[in-house]
Design a protein around this ligand. Structure first.
Ligand SMILES: *Cc1c(COP(=O)(O)O)cnc(C)c1O
Length: 333
């Protein structure tokens, strides 16, 4: 894979660590060996996976001479926080459109990422009801800013287009270099599957390199079949953009939807248990919306014996811990 053909801002100087999780593995019966890739520790205010995608998306914006970034997300969006953070670093304006997916969930005085939007100096926030046409809302905002003489650039939700997903194909390459250096044979990788760029990029990278390592996606909102089609479509687009000759097999895209619970961002008992388990065995902070539900899926599948004894499983920790502080009540119950 050759990423040098694309505009890219190098925000990441060193690979994120791959660490064993011996205490967590032991707490879950000691038969499966769990490892974690610490993308929660990526650079960018408070860390997390979107930095990898933004290396490519913001570079594309700057190549197009944009002076303003518009993006969208949920009310506690990590993606919005990181897009804003990197826009600040680059001297670009940033405007956010927030989707109130859970009615009444937007509060101007909320903690977590919401607080950070203000602290990082967001230019404007527009809140729209759940189910709104987010691209339409961003285009409207862009039209208004253009009239004021600005040059806006729209980054889609989660930076999950073929440009952003390059960041996770690059992560797959980074991961394989590390595993080869460590001589660590990982049998399975578990990732969150949300706006799909992370999952799709990892599938593209692992397929292109013919690693033979399956990637499982844990859904955070949609049903299995719907999400798999979204990931598959984006994986094919990303592979085409990268010039990957190898076809992406449809069955290399696998999603699990048993850990979503009542819906996106709504806490579940298994998420709360997994967040506490990671904190109290490995001192690793997850988040309630993505990594917590993904970890709940990992924990459940280890307990139920879905991984053969001796299997080495790598959990991709995508970050998001600032959102914990907006959900403290769920953990105090
Ligand atoms: C956005 C996000 C994800 C999901 O990644 P996608 O590429 O949107 O599927 C996972 N974890 C965290 C913390 C996120 O912010």
């Amino acid at each position: 894979m050759n990423f040098t053909r694309f505009p890219r801002r190098k925000y990441i100087q060193t690979p994120t660590a791959i660490e064993p999780m011996p205490a967590l593995s032991q707490a879950l019966g000691g038969k499966v060996n769990l490892f974690v890739k610490r993308d929660d520790q990526l650079p960018g205010a408070a860390g997390g996976n979107k930095t990898r995608k933004l290396e490519f998306c913001i570079a594309d914006a700057m190549e197009k001479k944009a002076d303003t970034i518009i993006t969208c997300g949920a009310v506690q969006s990590n993606h919005c926080r990181l897009t804003l953070a990197w826009a600040v670093k680059e001297g670009l304006d940033c405007h956010l459109i927030l989707e109130e997916r859970v009615k009444g969930s937007y509060k101007t005085d909320a903690s977590g990422n919401n607080f950070l939007f203000q602290l990082l100096g967001v230019k404007s926030i527009e809140v729209v009801p759940g189910g709104s046409d987010m691209m339409g809302a961003m285009e409207k905002k862009a039209a208004g800013l253009s009239e004021e003489g600005k040059t806006p650039y729209i980054i889609p939700g989660g930076a999950s287009n073929a440009i952003g997903a390059l960041g996770y194909a690059a992560c797959a390459a980074e991961t394989m270099t590390q595993l080869n250096d460590l001589h660590l044979n990982i049998d399975h990788i578990v990732v969150p599957s949300g706006s799909a760029g992370t999952h799709a990029g990892m599938v593209v990278g692992m397929t292109a390199m013919e690693t033979g390592i399956p990637v499982s996606g844990m859904n955070v909102s949609r049903e299995k079949m719907v999400q798999e089609e979204i990931v598959y479509k984006l994986a094919k687009e990303t592979a085409a953009k990268l010039g990957v000759k190898k076809e992406i097999p449809r069955d290399s895209v696998v999603c699990f939807d048993q850990y979503v619970g009542p819906g996106y961002s709504i806490p579940t008992d298994s998420m709360v248990e997994a967040v506490k388990l990671f904190a109290q065995t490995e001192a690793i902070l997850l988040d309630p919306v993505y990594s917590g539900k993904t970890a709940a899926g990992l924990v459940d599948r280890v307990r139920k014996g879905h991984f053969a004894p001796g299997t080495n499983v790598l959990f991709l920790h995508t970050g998001g811990s600032p959102a914990l502080y907006a959900y403290m009540d769920s953990f105090r119950k």
